[in-house]
Design a protein. Structure first.
Length: 433
């Protein structure tokens, strides 16, 4: 098979990239080892849409992407709304915490035009029904007496009314891939990349586990937690200043406490680094609970993403859901864990890498898992711009692409996502970025 571009990874990021490249007139093949589109880490995403990032570029990207999620059919270029995901606007409350103070992102909100309201403890109690506004920092394990200690004061929050979540993360990837196919792309599932070919000093395509070869002058690594393995096949990464590692994660599903979701609503989403969790409502009076990598919980780093235990564990379930019950005292902790397991592709500073590499024609969209689902539509446009300008002779390392967003008219310096950047010192060091 001969195409212009091979995109490795059919998750939400890879599918978004494929769509933008196919729109530009390139022939595109999307290759994935899984059995279908979005069946990897995308399917385990909480799909939360929020704007609280420590970098201006992160805030601007998420604010632009929110407009694309809200106008999803328009973004995809389809008139058929059946079978499309929807954006659920619930608002999001980012609770106060010392390691991510309001000042790290509010100036960016003001500069970019993200609407927000600053809440004190009384406002928080009024708007998030049933919440305990106690300050418990730092997060502690359940077997630590500090977890059960009384609150040390109260906390407020920054509320962004336009936050929320996307209704079905796997379907979102499928929507993007279907739109790419409508522009001529092909999707090759159950196809594992086992080699990256070179010719005359640049990438020349990929080899698959079944012996097939795909010739292409451009290859994009969007392989999620397998991205390090793909980089090794391509022989790139020696000049990266930011490392990447796969991390196992769990997200849990429980019945929402009485009153959290008023009739006809899904309840305000809450980012609670004070206790080390986040939560959002689900249809059918459910509640989704995830973690924010508090220091008291050893990270589940993996050498091999395929070795991740596939089922939620009682230990992690009890820790995260009991923390949620501390924040929402009406929540009852079920006896048996229920949820999903995914593997994140984590950059050292939890900021993704969208860039070229030192192998001409080989590009990366990696380090994305955990906090970049929300940005996927605009990430596709980032990579299309980087590829277009680099292939036309621009040195993205010395003259980084400046990207103007379509809806919000923000100019984003894509050097913020460089493989050679200084590590983001303002990062919280967690999934919150």
């Amino acid at each position: 098979m001969n195409v212009d571009v091979v995109v490795i990874g059919a998750g939400v990021i890879g599918s978004a990239i494929a769509l933008e490249l196919a729109r530009s007139g390139r022939t595109v093949a999307i290759v994935d080892k899984a059995g279908g589109v979005g069946h990897g880490s995308t399917s385990a995403s909480s799909a939360v849409v929020r704007f609280n990032f420590s970098t201006r570029a992160g805030v601007a990207a998420s604010w632009e992407a929110r407009h694309q999620w809200e106008n999803w059919a328009e973004h995809l270029g389809t008139r058929d709304h059946d079978g499309l995901v929807s954006f659920r606007r619930t608002g999001l409350a980012m609770l106060d915490v010392d390691i991510a103070p309001r000042g790290t992102y509010l100036q960016h909100f003001r500069d970019i035009g993200v609407p927000y309201t600053e809440w004190d403890d009384k406002d928080l109690a009024e708007h998030v029904r049933g919440i305990d506004v106690g300050r418990y920092w730092p997060p502690a394990r359940l077997d630590d007496d500090r977890f059960w200690a009384d609150a040390k004061g109260t906390l407020g929050a920054v509320f962004t009314p336009d936050g929320g979540f996307v209704s079905d993360p796997q379907l979102a990837a499928q929507n993007l891939a279907d739109a790419a196919v409508a522009h001529g792309a092909v999707v090759l599932s159950r196809s594992t990349v086992v080699s990256v070919a070179r010719s005359v000093g640049r990438v020349a395509g990929v080899g698959l586990g079944d012996g097939r070869r795909i010739s292409a002058s451009v290859v994009v690594n969007a392989a999620g937690p397998w991205s390090g393995r793909v980089n090794a096949l391509a022989g790139v990464g020696a000049d990266f200043t930011v490392g990447l590692r796969p991390m196992r994660q769990e997200v849990h599903h429980v019945p929402a406490p009485p009153g959290y979701q008023e009739p006809g609503t899904l309840g305000v989403a809450v980012a609670d680094m004070d206790l080390g969790i986040y939560l959002r409502g689900e249809t059918g009076d459910g509640l989704l609970v995830g973690g924010t990598e508090p220091e008291c919980d050893p990270p589940q780093w993996l050498d091999d993403p395929d070795a991740a235990a596939p089922h939620p564990t009682t230990e992690v379930f009890d820790a995260q859901v009991t923390r949620a019950a501390r924040r929402l005292p009406g929540l009852r902790v079920p006896n048996r864990p229920k949820g999903v397991v995914g593997v994140y592709d984590v950059a050292d500073d939890w900021t993704p890498i969208y860039d070229r590499t030192d192998l001409p024609g080989f590009y990366v969209a990696i380090g994305t898992s955990g906090n970049q689902f929300k940005n996927a539509p605009v990430v596709g446009q980032f990579l299309a711009a980087i590829i277009e300008q680099t292939e036309n002779g621009l040195d993205h390392d010395t003259a980084p692409v400046q990207f103007l967003t379509r809806h919000t008219k923000q100019l984003i310096d894509l050097a913020a996502f460089s493989r050679k950047r200084p590590r983001n010192g303002a990062s919280s060091g967690t999934v919150m970025g």
